[in-house]
Design a protein around this ligand. Structure first.
Ligand SMILES: Cc1cc2nc3c(=O)[nH]c(=O)nc-3n(C[C@H](O)[C@H](O)[C@H](O)COP(=O)(O)OP(=O)(O)OC[C@H]3O[C@@H](n4cnc5c(N)ncnc54)[C@H](O)[C@@H]3O)c2cc1C
Length: 410
């Protein structure tokens, strides 16, 4: 079979690239290794699909090769308002804005996005070949020859590589796209899991597994010899046996791939400032004067966590009488409640990461059209490139925006 444009990968970026190319008059097919397209989109946003973010700008995106990538023009070519317009007026999906600018389908179902895009592609008569695992691509003269694992072949003038990263491989993105690009002369930056649970120093979380609470977490990154504050998020923090998880960790984990060392500072009492907390704790010394430190945090913070933090603040015996607490000890408790420092040692791996940081370096791609600088006719879209976004709809936004850009320019 011969075609003009072949999109390898039926994920968010691939679908958007194929739809755009087709609408621009290209003869296009989609090849997908799994039995269905958009398998990853189906599980996004806890099955609700946080498809974009009204606040998406260049500031929300990073790269391993270069922290700030030159993708402004690609984002400007498909603004969040364009995403809303596309989904509402072309696909029939009403977008609903939630907290921090996050956009979801009003139906609350990621399946609506999958069905909507599938029907839209079908209406445009874009052939979709599922169970087509591309394992080899060659280029002879001006034509690409694309081979599947089961020896089927498609000849194509141009290809768009939209194979995603290497996270959640069971949903299709197993890193095979990187090898295809490497065979055409591309290199690969370091790959790091992101938007993921994090592993921490064990002694800082020992015995806390299962405790869930609202906390304010600030991330500090060390570049040269100095730690600098990167960002702060407030939300649910969950302690696990290996480290920390929860919304706030997913939001903040984007910093891990960017710095040599990362340290978090947890504020367990975001509702009170330091002085307020000091006053409250001194008052508790009076109210609870006949009790031991075991009861000091009762009704204030999770009991187990309170007892753990008491010990971390340097009070070894919970049998100590509360009335014996000195002002200095209360100050130490305040500091630990407001500025609990935890070193981040690693992530919980690609299997659990929503996104892969790193990929095909943008320096090897012509950013005016997303065509490879190494091989003419080879284009890129989505997460396969060295671009990743923060948590909150930014990664799908990049998939749509880069897919559209590649589809327009091919
Ligand atoms: C659990 C989870 C939740 C997430 N939630 C959100 C969210 O709410 N909001 C958000 O913005 N982002 C979210 N993300 C991230 C987002 O889904 C991805 O960044 C985005 O889907 C990337 O799109 P893509 O098309 O580049 O890659 P993918 O979606 O990974 O698609 C790549 C496709 O290519 C196919 N493929 C790969 N190799 C081959 C090959 N050799 N031959 C043929 N086909 C191949 C794969 O099977 C896959 O279908 C989430 C990710 C996960 C895992």
């Amino acid at each position: 079979m011969k075609t003009e444009v072949t999109v390898i990968g039926g994920g968010a970026a691939g679908l958007m690239a194929a739809i755009t190319a087709k609408k621009n008059g290209r003869d296009v097919v989609i090849l997908e290794r799994k039995d269905r397209i958009l398998k990853k989109v189906l599980v996004t946003g806890n099955g609700r699909c946080n498809l974009s973010n009204v606040n998406a700008t260049n500031e929300n995106y990073f790269g391993i090769e270069k922290q700030k990538q030159d993708i402004n023009h690609i984002l400007n070519n498909f603004l969040p308002t364009d995403v809303i317009d596309f989904f509402e007026n072309k696909v029939g999906i009403i977008c609903n804005e939630e907290s921090r600018g996050k956009l979801y389908p009003l139906s609350g179902q990621a399946a609506s996005i999958v069905d909507g895009l599938r029907f839209y592609a079908q209406n445009l008569r874009i052939p979709i070949y599922t169970d087509f695992y591309v394992t080899k691509v060659t280029k002879e003269m001006f034509e690409f020859k694309i081979f599947s694992e089961d020896k089927r072949q498609i000849n194509s003038k141009k290809i768009i590589l939209a194979t995603g990263g290497i996270s959640y491989p069971e949903l299709g993105s197993n890193g095979s796209g990187y090898q295809i690009a490497e065979n055409f002369g591309h290199s690969l930056t370091k790959l790091v899991p992101t938007i993921v649970q994090l592993k921490t120093e064990k002694h800082k979380i020992k015995g806390l597994r299962g405790i869930k609470l609202d906390a304010k977490v600030s991330a500090f990154g060390k570049n040269e010899d100095k730690f600098e504050k990167i960002c702060t998020y407030e939300g649910e923090l969950l302690f696990t046996d290996y480290g920390i998880s929860g919304n706030v960790v997913f939001n903040i984990s984007f910093v891990f791939p960017l710095y040599k060392e990362v340290e978090f500072e947890v504020d367990f009492m975001p509702k009170f400032d330091y002085n307020n907390l000091f006053t409250i704790l001194k008052k508790r010394r009076e109210i609870l004067k006949n009790m031991t430190m075991e009861q000091y945090f009762n009704g204030m913070i999770n009991k187990k966590l309170g007892q753990f933090l008491t010990k971390m603040s340097g009070i070894p015996k919970l049998s100590k009488n509360i009335s014996e607490l000195t002002d200095n000890e209360i100050k130490k408790i305040c500091t630990i409640l407001k500025k609990y420092k935890i070193k981040i040692l690693d992530t919980n791996g690609f299997k659990n990461a929503q996104v892969t940081a790193g990929g095909i370096p943008l320096s090897e791609i012509n950013l005016e059209n997303l065509e490879s600088k190494k091989t003419k006719g080879l284009y890129f879209a989505g997460e396969v490139m060295d671009v990743y976004g923060e948590c909150g709809g930014f990664n799908l936004h990049w998939a749509w925006a880069s897919g559209k850009f590649a589809g327009e320019n091919i």
